[in-house]
Design a protein around this ligand. Structure first.
Ligand code: AMP
Length: 179
């Protein structure tokens, strides 16, 4: 099973992605984590992009698509933070079939509050606002890209980690039961 989890940065997406991948035996593929790993390894291309990513800007599609190709799971993948643009979604369609897109729903206000608490280096107020703008502009339209396939499942992203995970499991289990 290949699942995409979508949600604004700070929606709790990463935490839920880990739980889902573990519970269903999927490979957790976070392009943000992979990108940070490349930066830590002083990868030339990733280092060049650091100035942009620190400001909350997206890094080029080619770079993330390469990271995705190198890290697909054999038994299914849970995509976290990818795709973020239409071009990435189209590229992904050439690589594999997507079974489900989970959209974690949460307001911009709540996201801002959570991210400022998270305290990551790229979590300045300016960068958070920039990332929300990019999400609305580039990533949110992807929901409509996938919707005609009837694979989009909206999940309330408010509440505790456990509560949200229960909602997600319900949605995935229902899908599996109908397979
Ligand atoms: P994240 O951990 O998902 O918030 O990603 C951190 C940063 O890595 C983002 O702000 C982007 O600069 C970059 N990044 C991660 N995933 C992608 C993607 N799919 N497309 C473009 N840039 C990405």
């Amino acid at each position: 099973m290949n699942i995409i989890i979508m949600g604004k940065q700070g929606s709790g997406k990463g935490t839920q992605a880990k739980l889902i991948a573990e519970h269903y035996g999927l490979k957790h593929l976070s392009t943000g984590d992979l990108y940070r790993q490349k930066v830590a390894e002083k990868d030339e291309l990733a280092m060049k992009m650091k100035e942009f990513s620190d400001k909350g800007e997206l890094v080029p599609d080619e770079l993330v698509i390469e990271l995705v190709k190198e890290n697909l799971g054999e038994e299914g993948t849970l995509f976290d933070g990818f795709p973020r643009t239409l071009e990435q979604a189209e590229k992904l369609d050439e690589l594999i079939d997507i079974d489900m897109v989970i959209e974690l729903q949460i307001s911009d206000e709540e996201v801002k509050e959570r991210m400022l608490k998270r305290g990551r280096v790229d979590d300045t107020e300016e960068s958070i606002n920039r990332r929300l703008d990019i999400y609305h502009e580039k990533t949110e339209p992807l929901i409509e890209y996938y919707r005609p396939r009837d694979i989009v499942r909206e999940v309330d992203g408010t509440g505790s980690v456990e509560e949200i995970f229960e909602r997600i499991k319900k949605v995935i289990d229902a899908e599996k039961a109908g397979e």
